[in-house]
Design a protein around this ligand. Structure first.
Ligand SMILES: Cc1ncc(COP(=O)(O)O)c(C=O)c1O
Length: 397
């Protein structure tokens, strides 16, 4: 079956005698056993739950992986993967990445004796592994600058060094990009974003390429226990059914918005891999089906950027993306504040998101309405800027 069919036509309730077409929510902590000497398929919901297993099998199928695992959040999923590392090992991460991942790597992993190094892995940049590198961690397109990394090449170089490649595929989802097919060993998502699609669940999923990693992540998931509850698994299963429909619409609108922004003289830079002018455009389309629906841009004026985001009426100011509802943020002050405000003594990327960068997470609303909302906001900030310059000259209150 093709991908979009598999989003819907999965076995919703294996072995359920009533054959429901939606997955039942097995809201139970324990499962009664036949006898005291051996466990049945399920015994305790931290170790395994039928609703969660349907979700995990679906995600593994969509990614082309060997086994999937569902966690209580994207960061819980990332944490589980970092448990593969031991003191003295090195994590080599792309330098443009989600602020919460940076906080986990530079604050928590460093305390566990794991070395962390950030480097720009986009384009043709080399993968500067050291003898201690055990895990290379990549976002592509990255959040928030939408830099594009060559997954095939990075996988080759990572494996040549005896390390594993983990890709945070949140911005793409398996509909647009399947890193395991491009050579990665592990792919994970903040399922809070597109997989859920409705901003009403926090969740994370990990899919691994082979049985050995499946055993390791399965052990970590059970031993540490940050599993996703059955209700949330159900909501994710429901959300995933419309993934391709939502993303088709969202990325079409994102493309229109990116082109509209790129034509404005008061926008200094637009980051969107769907634009031909984007340095990673061709590379991105060689490894993904579409550009996604996150657009970031710069105005050249941090204060104007904040005013612009605050003036939007349809886009809400909310630190996420991937929902049916559009949102806007100033990453440097919000999702990426942990990087921007980081202590200079800890491992940190060489650069931080520019202070005037705005991130738009495009939803499913009417494209013309969203562009009109942006146009109105630009207009109102233009008036503000004019007033501010008159105030400097003493002619405006
Ligand atoms: C790219 C990316 N990865 C991981 C995460 C963390 O996921 P969660 O918020 O579900 O813990 C986020 C959250 O915004 C993200 O943007």
């Amino acid at each position: 079956m093709n991908f979009t069919t598999r989003l819907v036509a999965f076995n919703a309730a294996p072995r359920d005698p009533f054959r429901p077409t939606a997955t039942p929510i097995y809201q139970t902590a324990t499962f009664e056993q036949d006898d005291a000497s051996a466990f049945g398929t399920y015994d305790y919901s931290r170790s395994g739950n039928p609703t969660r297993r349907v979700l995990e099998d679906l995600v593994a199928d969509l990614e082309g992986g060997c086994r999937g695992f569902a966690f209580a959040s994207g960061l819980a999923a990332i944490t589980a993967v970092t448990r593969l590392l031991k003191p003295g090992d090195e994590l080599l991460a792309c330098e443009d990445l989600y602020g919460g991942s940076f906080r986990l790597f530079s604050r928590i992993l460093a305390e566990r004796g794991i070395q962390v190094r950030y480097t720009d892995l986009s384009g043709d940049n080399p993968v500067p592994v050291s003898p201690a590198t055990r895990l290379v961690y990549v976002e592509t397109p990255s959040n928030p600058l939408l830099k594009v990394c060559d997954l095939r090449r990075i996988a080759r170089d990572t494996h040549a060094a005896g390390a594993k490649l983990c890709v945070d595929g949140t911005a793409m989802t398996p509909y647009l990009q399947r890193p395991l097919e491009l050579g990665a060993d592990i792919v994970l998502h903040s399922a809070t974003k597109y997989l859920c699609g409705h901003a009403d669940v926090t969740a994370g999923v990990v899919t691994v390429k082979d049985q050995s990693l499946a055993e390791q992540i399965g052990f970590i998931q059970n031993a540490e226990g940050a599993v996703l509850g059955p209700q949330d698994c159900f909501l994710l299963l429901r959300g995933i059914k419309t993934l391709s429909l939502r993303l088709d619409r969202q990325q079409r609108t994102a493309q229109a918005i990116a082109e509209w922004l790129a034509a404005r003289p008061d926008v200094t830079k637009v980051h969107f891999p769907g634009l031909r002018a984007h340095p990673g455009h061709d590379l991105h389309l060689s490894q993904a089906l579409g550009p996604g629906a996150v657009v970031t841009f710069e105005t050249g004026d941090p204060e104007r950027s904040i005013r612009l985001v605050e003036a939007l009426q349809i886009f809400s100011i909310a630190v996420s993306f991937g929902s049916v509802g559009s949102c806007a943020t100033v990453p440097c002050r919000m999702s990426h504040a942990p990087i921007a405000n980081a202590d200079a003594r800890i491992a940190r990327p060489a650069s931080t998101p520019p202070p005037d960068l705005i991130r738009l997470a495009v939803g499913i609303e009417d494209a013309a309405d969203l562009i009109a909302d942006l146009a109105r906001a630009f207009e109102s900030t233009r008036e503000h800027l004019a007033c501010r310059s008159r105030a400097v000259q003493g002619v405006c209150p």
